[in-house]
Design a protein around this ligand. Structure first.
Ligand code: XIL
Length: 380
């Protein structure tokens, strides 16, 4: 996919971007206070504000954009202290054929991050989605455990020492499922057996003892009955992994929220969940934050204000918990959000604005809400 030279080239572009203070390029206007242009670079960045509280901040990234879009690369370098590949480390990207690995995209992200003094999350080692085309015809009950552990050994060893945390297993609980343990009826469960999650964590731990190992899931943020039930299943799973050899270090709360969600008074269960994990010595990461505003009405400023209120209320609650150690948004600019794909498109044809920077790279109200939430955290 990428040549060595290309990888080096954009790693260097990132360095330059991080090193140079670019006040004019990054002096953005705050839409909620348009008369006052506000500087969001350097000491005013998310990265700098989060650092004062010992928290990591970042976003999902795509290697092709880091390589080919210098405005995007500069913004990522300036605002993030941790990156996660949006798709580049999923099976479909890494495994073009049963006997082949393609690390070009993953390597490129790691190189960019190292050049810009950023950490990297690995996402992910085991998921029911983003499986390569050959999976269905190749993976059987006889070889699934070997194929799963072989993948984890190869991928985790390649990046050993360079990864802050791995999402070892993604989205394995399904509240609509019929099993008492809540496990999703995924190809991995069907083919590799009931203990495939334990197997994945044990294998990852061996391959890189320094990386934090995380379980990552969505739909566990709010007090709604379905989400509460899912959170209980996740907690039980995490306890099993913890009690059985301490093979888990963290939980990723994806945090794909909606602009119609009520946060205040509706996240007590999540707060308890986070503090229960703290009692077990586990960290919590907000791994994929964005606010789906497909149903929001009104002017762009009004829509932005709704999105920002969710960022503010949600992150202020989460960041008050001392074991919440990282906040990542699922993308950095609205220009490339997955929420503008067909599945989540707005009925009025307007693009969604779910992220801290809009499609023109201007900081949105959500940026300022996120930054304020870091400031609200107690200094330790
Ligand atoms: C999404 C990506 O953003 C899309 O580009 C891709 O087409 C599908 O996957 N939960 C996850 C992420 O854990 O990996 C998903 O990412 C979004 C939901």
């Amino acid at each position: 996919m990428f040549t060595r030279r290309q990888i080096l080239q954009f790693a260097t572009a990132g360095v330059a971007a991080a090193a140079a203070d670019l006040p004019s390029a990054f002096a953005q206007s705050n839409p909620s206070n348009a008369a006052l242009p506000q500087d969001v670079s350097g000491s005013h960045s998310l990265r700098a504000h989060a650092a004062t509280r010992g928290v990591l901040v970042g976003c999902a990234v795509a290697p092709a954009l880091l390589a080919n879009n210098s405005q995007y690369a500069r913004l990522v370098a300036a605002q993030a202290s941790i990156l996660v590949p949006e798709n580049a480390m999923k099976w479909a990207a890494l495994r073009p054929a049963p006997d082949k690995f393609d690390f070009a995209g993953g390597d490129a992200i790691v190189a960019f991050a190292q050049a810009n003094d950023q950490k990297v999350r690995g996402h992910n080692l085991c998921w029911h989605e983003a499986l390569p085309g050959w999976f269905a015809s190749t993976v059987t009950k006889d070889n699934a455990r070997q194929i799963l552990t072989g993948h984890i050994q190869t991928v985790v060893s390649r990046y050993a020492g360079k990864i802050h945390s791995w999402d070892v297993v993604n989205e394995a609980i399904d509240p609509a499922g019929t099993r008492p343990d809540g496990l999703r009826d995924s190809p991995w469960l069907q083919l590799a057996g009931d203990d495939y999650i334990e197997l994945a964590f044990r294998t990852a731990r061996q391959a890189d003892p320094a990386a934090l190992l995380a379980y990552n899931d969505y739909g566990i943020e709010l007090d709604a009955a379905k989400q509460t039930q899912k959170r209980e299943h996740v907690l039980a799973l995490v306890k099993r992994l913890h009690d059985n050899g301490k093979v888990i270090d963290a939980v990723g709360v994806q945090s794909h929220l909606g602009s119609g969600d009520t946060i205040t008074g509706n996240v007590d269960g999540l707060r308890d969940f986070v503090s229960e994990l703290r009692g077990m010595g586990l960290q919590v990461f907000v791994t994929e934050l964005d606010v789906n505003e497909r149903a929001s009405q009104g002017t762009v400023d009004e829509r932005d204000a709704q999105v920002a209120a969710i960022y503010r209320d949600y992150l202020t609650m989460m960041l008050a918990e001392p074991n919440v150690a990282a906040v990542l948004t699922w993308g950095i600019t609205d220009r490339y959000t997955w929420l503008n794909g067909a599945k989540y498109a707005r009925a009025d044809g307007q693009p969604q604005r779910p992220l801290p920077f809009d499609a023109d790279y201007n900081a949105t109200a959500a940026f300022f809400a996120e930054r304020d939430a870091f400031d609200s955290r107690k200094k330790t």
